[in-house]
Structure formats: C-alpha cells, structure tokens
Design a protein around this ligand. Sequence first.
Ligand code: FRU
Length: 481
Amino acid sequence: MDKKEYLAEYQKHEDMRKRVKMDKNRLHFHIMPPTGWMNDPNGLCEFNGVNHIYFQYTPFLAGWGEKLWGHYTTKDWINYTQEEPFLFPDTKWDRDGVYSGSAFVEEDGIHYFYTGNVKLTDKDYDYIMNGREQNTIHIFSRDGKNIEYKKIVMTNDDYPADMSKHVRDPKIYKVNDGYYMVQGGRNSDSRGCVLLFYSKDLNNWEWYDTVYSEEPFGYMWECPDLFEIEGQQILVCCPQGVEQKGYDYQNIYQCGYFPVTFDIENKSYKFGEFEELDKGFDIYATQTFVDEQGRRILIGWMGIPDADYDNDVTVEYDWIHALTMPRELSWKDGKIYQKPLKEMEQLRKNSFSSELSEFSDWSPKDCCFEMRVDIEDSGNIELKLREDVTVSWDGNLFTLELGESGHGRKKRVAQLSSLSDFTVFSDTSSIEIFINGGETVMTSRVYSESLEQKVTLLSKGIKGSITGYELGTFIVERGEC
Ligand code: FRU
C-alpha cells in the first residue's frame, strides 16, 4: 500500500473511526491505534523538542496484516498529535510490510533503519529457512515527517550464510566514531542471536559479527536494543522459544535484557543473566531512546505476537492493542528499574490518602486512577481492584489475578525477596503495576464488563499507607492524516 492508496482507503473508513469512538474500552492515557491494529513501537526519538512515536500499524484491519508505520508526536507526553503514517510498503524491497526499526538522531536530521519484509509466493516455502527477504532500509528525514531518501543498504546476501531468513529489527549503537547496527536473528540451527553490522558513515554497512549468549536461549531474538545506562551495557531482546521455568517466562514469548559486557572493537562479549522487563501478560518489543533531557525512556507494545487475542473485545470496535506508558529507566543494584515518566503526574486530579489500618475501599469518580501502597515490614496484603482483579503479596509471591475480565488470562506471579511498595496505574482496559519502586513491573490488558474501578482492601491489620489519584485523559489532536 503506498501513500495514495492509503489516502483513498482512509476516505472509505469513516465507519471504522466512528466505531472506535464508541468503545468504552478505548484507552485514556495510553497510545492506541486510531483504527485497526498496532504492534511494536518504532523509531522512538526526540528531535528539536518533539518526541516521535512511530508504530507497526495496519490501519484498516483489527488483525494481522500489511504493516505501515503509524505516527504520533508529543512535546509534553500529555498532548499528542496523530500524524499521517510515516512509512508505507511502497517499494519492491518492503512490499509485504515496513517492519520494525529505529531512529538515530544526528544534528541535521533523523536516520531511520528498518526491515523491509518481502514474502516470495512463486512456490511453496517455509518462510523460515527460505521464501523471505528481510531487507535493511535506511531513510533520512529532517523533520520526522517528510522522507528525503529511502535506500536499501543490505539484503539477505549481506547476512552470514548460517542465518535463517529471519534477520530483522535494526537499532544503532555508536562506539567512538563508528556505528554498529544490532539486528535480531535466528540461525540455521534455530538458535537466537544478535548480528552486528558496522558502518563508518551510516550509508555503507557490512556484517561485523554474530553474537550468541553462552547458553542457547530460544530460537529467535526479535527487537534487540543495545545501550548503556549509568555505565552498564544492556542488551534488550525478545527471545522466542524459551520454556517456562517456575515463575519465569510465563508468556509465549519473552521480553527482557541481559546485562552485558561487550568490547565490540575487540569482539569480546560477556552475558549476565537474562531478566524479564515485565512479569505481566502483555509486554513485547520494547524500544528505548534518550530524550533531550538525557533520560533513557522505554515504551513497549502491550501485546505479544501469537498470543491468543481471539476474544479481545476491542476487535468488535475495529481496533486492537496499544503501547505501554513511557517509562524512565535507571540502573540500581544490578537491575533495571522502571518508573512512569514524571509528565504523567500532569494527569492527576482528585487525591486521597489513608493509613492502611483505616482504609476499606476507594471509588475513584472518573474511571482511571493511580494508586500507591507503602507497606511496613513487608506485611502480607490483598487488594481487589476494578471488577474482579486481585493483587496480593504473601511474603514471597506477588500475584496478579484476573477474573472474567482477563478473558481467559488468569494469573501472573513475581517472586520477590521483599515488598516495600507498589503503584498501580489503571486505565479503562489496562493495568500497569510498578513494584518496589519499579524493580519489577506487571503490565496487562483487562476488559471489565462495567468500567468499575473500585479499590477494596481485602486483608486486615496491615501497617502502611495508601494514596490515590483520579487520572485524566491524553488529548489527541488529529494532524494531517
Ligand atoms: C515483533 C515483530 C518484529 C517485526 C514486527 C512485524 O513484534 O515480529 O520482529 O519487525 O513485529 O510487525
């Protein structure tokens, strides 16, 4: 679909836009698709005071289909503009989808690298070891909206011969004057890895090395992100094919990070232990960027590929999936901590606060809230949120349990050594829980019958305090779409 075809289709789908607006589950403070399907955040960056949030987008179908890059911009993380889609599958290198990619800001503009997906149809293929082109494409823009050029920089022939046809999702990592590109890969023995490519000038690229964790960890690593935070190198990736182990890896595919020591120039790579970024049901394909204030910000897809979303109630209203809140990252005691961007505080309205010993329930007037619980001596606690969601801590396990509103998804558990606090952000159809100052996070979609948002304390005799705010709504303007 090129831009002309998109614009013609757009005219025909006023009905979709109307249906989306009728849905009570439409999110108030999360980015969701204007219509249709959304997956990975792409090309995250801030340029001249404007934050750009692009995303995998199938505008006219609330299901898996041909991907464009949708686009929102924001200066303050509260007021957003829905821009015209940025990238279309309009060349022979990306004709079956402009897949995920990232942005790299230089002084004069933004360089983007993404995967052009091509599926061959001339004969029968397995689309793993054959039948697929994954082209690496470079585009440049001076404003994040208009594309000055689009160039193919690598094809399957530029990837090592021992790779399957799954090599994708480029992100740039600069070392001294050289640019390294990390891409996710599945090798011909179905082992997940990252590939490194090198360029002196962002235009000419060549394969540099293929990097494996010491022990095999799944068959494919998607959406890698290599960066440094407070002196620690981190490799985020989304491994597929990792078996559940106790309370680890409870979802179909994983999203997490290895603390690493990569001396890339000397080709020496050391991996620490893989840590999940989130223990909820709906998290995948996170991407980070550094904003103009120097903060490392992470946004993820509140969804997972191939998970069972058949009964997602939003499909009836012609949309599906959303992005997480933007989260600021920090590095403490050998772990990534996540906390919602401070700007989210602008949404706070009426507040309440109470000692836990005097608290029984709270009914936020508007339907969304933020609520923080501080616990003394890591005491056990059980709370009911919304219609049928329970959150509990028994001295060892922090459990999120969804009733009917989970639509088949029941329980996620995080094992912790202690609990000092947790903060819940509850939107119309999502919850995000930041535990122990963001040491552990749980993100899930949840679809209540009513928009009931009452909080009830089920356990008695706990020492601590509870504070809550009703939350307002993002303002989204429609730009030139
Ligand atoms: C991750 C992913 C990426 C790919 C994109 C396609 O969710 O599968 O690897 O580039 O989605 O939409």
